[in-house]
Design a protein around this ligand. Structure first.
Ligand SMILES: Cc1ncc(COP(=O)(O)O)c(C=O)c1O
Length: 345
């Protein structure tokens, strides 16, 4: 790259930015509406989300004209915002309506909606009170599915040397994903598909953009304690599905508890959960073969249930129709008073 010292012409920038067709539609409360023009798909540099990482985000998948688990993503978005003292100047219903309208306007049935709320624009300082008011940015973009081999042969993973989210709760989906990015760097450097975090006591936590669950040889599905991980919408849905798997004797039960690394190494199965692939099997972890080294029966059962869910379960689907616009229930738990109180102290 040469660091050219010259003034760029608008026409030149236009040419450079028009390339690619992955971004279908963009909304910015700063601009006051949506656009299809790639040149306008920008965030002001004095927005604190850019220069201080002061903001939160969430992503919701739309499959065949239906958002999957949309209320859950909106609920977590507000939880994250409130936890860092951002009070979005719009309601959960407003956001839901907008996401549906943007999906309709994009004229697509399959996409991912990435939405961000920032502290706001207004200064280049670290001081949140110098921001004018929170901004909402939404990108309706192309969704790239996980490679087929994840499901055919499974993923490999390594333990990440990077600890995640020291000062802020891992339950907050802040835009500061530096530690998550470094986890992926270590995975790549070790020739693995993914990295798994561990806490200070050597218990596994989660991946950079996915939750982790472990099935013991006793058939118990174990997940790390909620305060150590992001409350994944996919994992939460898997928990709702799990009684059916107990009934069918695919698993013998579910437990939320610390999972020491050796227990993960000796697992019958290790599972990843994420919006982008629902459930995926880990077949090798830190060089050790997990189970019989192939995607297992618990993974297969969840994989099938998720595929059915996203195709036909009206309870968790929001069609891209104006009639879908209804209230988003925000549970008391997710108003998160403890975290807010802690930050105000
Ligand atoms: C750190 C982290 N953990 C877990 C997840 C999985 O969450 P979800 O199932 O809602 O995609 C994500 C993805 O957003 C994440 O970034």
């Amino acid at each position: 790259m040469s660091l050219d010292f010259r003034e760029v012409k608008l026409s030149e920038a236009q040419e450079r930015l028009q390339g690619g067709d992955d971004f279908f539609l963009y909304y910015s409360s700063f601009l006051g509406g949506y656009t299809r023009d790639r040149l306008l798909m920008s965030v002001p540099i004095d927005d604190h989300i850019v220069h201080r990482g002061d903001g939160v985000f969430d992503n919701a998948l739309c499959v065949n004209g239906n958002y999957y688990l949309l209320d859950q993503h909106i609920e977590r978005f507000f939880f994250s915002a409130n936890a860092i003292g951002i009070e979005p100047p719009f309601s959960t219903d407003d956001l839901k309506r907008l996401l549906i309208q943007l999906g309709i306007a994009a004229g697509r049935k399959d996409f991912i909606a990435r939405f961000f709320v920032s502290r706001g624009h207004g200064s280049m300082s670290v001081y949140p009170h110098e921001a004018i008011s929170p901004n909402l940015y939404v990108l309706i973009g192309k969704f790239s599915p996980a490679p087929e081999r994840y499901f055919k042969t499974g993923l490999t993973a390594v333990t990440s040397p990077t600890k995640m989210h020291p000062p802020i709760s891992p339950q907050v989906k802040s835009v500061d994903y530096l530690s998550n990015a470094l986890m992926e760097l270590s995975a790549k450097g070790n020739g693995a598909d993914a990295a798994i975090g561990v806490d200070n006591s050597g218990n596994i936590t989660e991946g950079s953009n996915k939750n982790v669950a472990v099935v013991g040889k006793d058939g118990i599905l174990r997940i790390p304690p909620p305060e150590k991980i992001l409350r994944g919408t996919t994992l939460a849905r898997a928990m709702e599905m799990s009684p059916e798997l107990v009934k069918k004797k695919v698993i013998s039960g579910v437990r939320t508890e610390n999972i020491p690394l050796p227990d993960a190494y000796n697992a019958a199965e290790i599972l990843f959960f994420s919006t982008s692939f629902f459930c995926a099997p880990v077949v090798k972890y830190d060089g050790r073969t997990i189970g019989d080294g192939k995607p297992g029966k618990v993974w297969k059962a969840f994989h099938d249930l998720f595929n059915k869910d996203v195709k036909s379960n009206k309870k968790v689907l929001t069609p891209l129709e104006v009639t879908s616009i209804r209230q988003v229930p925000i549970s008391k738990q997710n108003q998160n008073p403890n975290l807010i109180a802690k930050l105000k102290r």
